[in-house]
Design a protein around this ligand. Structure first.
Ligand SMILES: Nc1nc2c(ncn2[C@@H]2O[C@H](COP(=O)(O)OP(=O)(O)OP(=O)(O)O)[C@@H](O)[C@H]2O)c(=O)[nH]1
Ligand SMILES: [Mg+2]
Length: 364
């Protein structure tokens, strides 16, 4: 599962990416400084895994991860090949969610490609480029489907109708996620085309340090502009967070954060937000060898969850032994949970809950 970072040049995308991942991307006060898409694998911060670690004392701990992709800034005309962003729109199409970075900080030393600070206008610029790119995709597909629809192919006619709705919506300045379509149309015809504006989005308002806790008037404008989108808006002092990640010492980082008024890095909130945006949740395995967080889609069944560890676990699934995370913590160990009769045995139909601690029984 991947999340892609988009935004105008010089808004702080690569700086954010660097905060999130260990792979240091180039970041500079120079538009188009990112010329290769950077992909980073980011640990999902989760206090529960730390808690399980302290209870089990395993040889190693493996947290959940998400992939983050950083691309060059998009400019007006990107969908038609303007700037460097266009060639990277393909990389964004392959992601599952979008982190849209908006510049909400003033700093005369950092060039804004459109002259002044206006995150709502910037958002519209980016949206429009993404919509134009999607329009191109829709039109190409429509071209093909039309021919089949003309010959009387019923399925093609349905597809044509769905694509026309998308085309009209995009032309009216809507994102695909906001266009009215039936569930069937979405699942059958729209999802496979991986429209960029169909992906869930989170807005990241990049502010100066002094606004990290309270936000500012730019952030308020962004919130007002997106209030009907049902999207999360996160306030983050990206530059400051980048400075904090430079600090080697954990205590020092905590002190720095407290000085600003934060109890944890905003980037931790962001990664968790991205995880949620991707519709993912975590279950744990907890043994003396390893305590590990596994990533599954919300709604996954026990065999599907087992399949994330190994396909044999799914094929040969017999049952799962499940301990709710809260029970694990309040009784303190697997043995005590069992003694108290709080361990459940679940079958093939069981829908895994976030935080379940699981053992799988299977044969191959
Ligand atoms: N004052 C301030 N400067 C920032 C902040 N975030 C980023 N910058 C600076 O802005 C400049 C551009 O940041 P980048 O992260 O390279 O921007 P980008 O969005 O990746 O830009 P492109 O790759 O060119 O599209 C750098 O000099 C950063 O140090 C911030 O929150 N506050
Ligand atoms: Mg960059």
């Amino acid at each position: 599962m991947k999340a892609g970072i988009v935004g105008l040049p010089n808004v702080g995308k690569s700086t954010l990416f660097n905060c999130l991942s260990n792979a240091k991307a180039q970041s500079a006060n120079f538009p188009f400084c990112t010329i290769e898409p950077n992909v980073g694998v980011v640990n999902v911060p989760d206090r529960r895994i730390e808690k399980l670690e302290s209870l089990v004392n395993p040889e190693r701990v493996v947290p959940a991860t998400v992939e983050i992709v950083d691309i060059a800034g998009l400019v007006k005309g990107a969908s038609k090949g303007e700037g460097l962003g266009n060639q990277f729109l393909g990389n964004i199409r392959e992601t599952d969610a979008i982190l849209h970075v908006l510049r909400c900080f003033e700093n005369d030393n950092i060039v804004h490609v459109d002259g002044n600070i206006n995150p709502v206008r910037d958002k519209e610029t980016i949206d429009m480029e993404l919509q134009l790119k999607d329009l191109e995709t829709a039109e190409k597909k429509l071209e093909k489907v039309k021919r089949a629809a003309k010959t009387g192919n019923k399925e093609a006619q349905k597809e044509e109708a769905a694509l026309l709705k998308v085309k009209n919506g995009l032309e009216a300045g809507k994102s695909v996620r906001a266009i009215e379509l039936s569930d069937e149309e979405r699942a059958e015809f729209i999802k496979p085309l991986q429209f960029i504006t169909d992906k869930p989005v989170m807005y990241v308002c990049n502010v100066n340090e002094s606004d990290a806790v309270t936000g500012n008037e730019y952030v308020d404008k962004v919130k007002e502009a997106v209030k009907d989108e049902n999207a999360e808006v996160l306030v983050l002092a990206v530059g400051t967070e980048a400075d904090i990640t430079e600090l080697e010492d954990y205590e020092e980082r905590q002190m720095f954060l407290q000085d600003i008024g934060l109890d944890e890095p905003g980037s931790a909130k962001l990664i968790r937000g991205a995880y949620k945006l991707l519709n993912l949740q975590t279950y744990f395995t907890a043994g003396v060898k390893e305590v590990r967080a596994w990533t599954i889609p919300i709604g996954a069944t026990a065999p599907q969850a087992a399949g994330v560890i190994h396909t044999d676990f799914e094929k040969g699934f017999i049952r799962a032994e499940v301990i709710a995370y809260d029970d694990y913590v309040s009784y303190g160990s697997e043995a005590k949970v069992k003694e108290a009769g709080k361990m459940r045995v679940e079958g093939k139909e069981y829908i895994v809950k976030d935080g379940d601690v699981m053992h799988f029984r299977f044969n191959v």
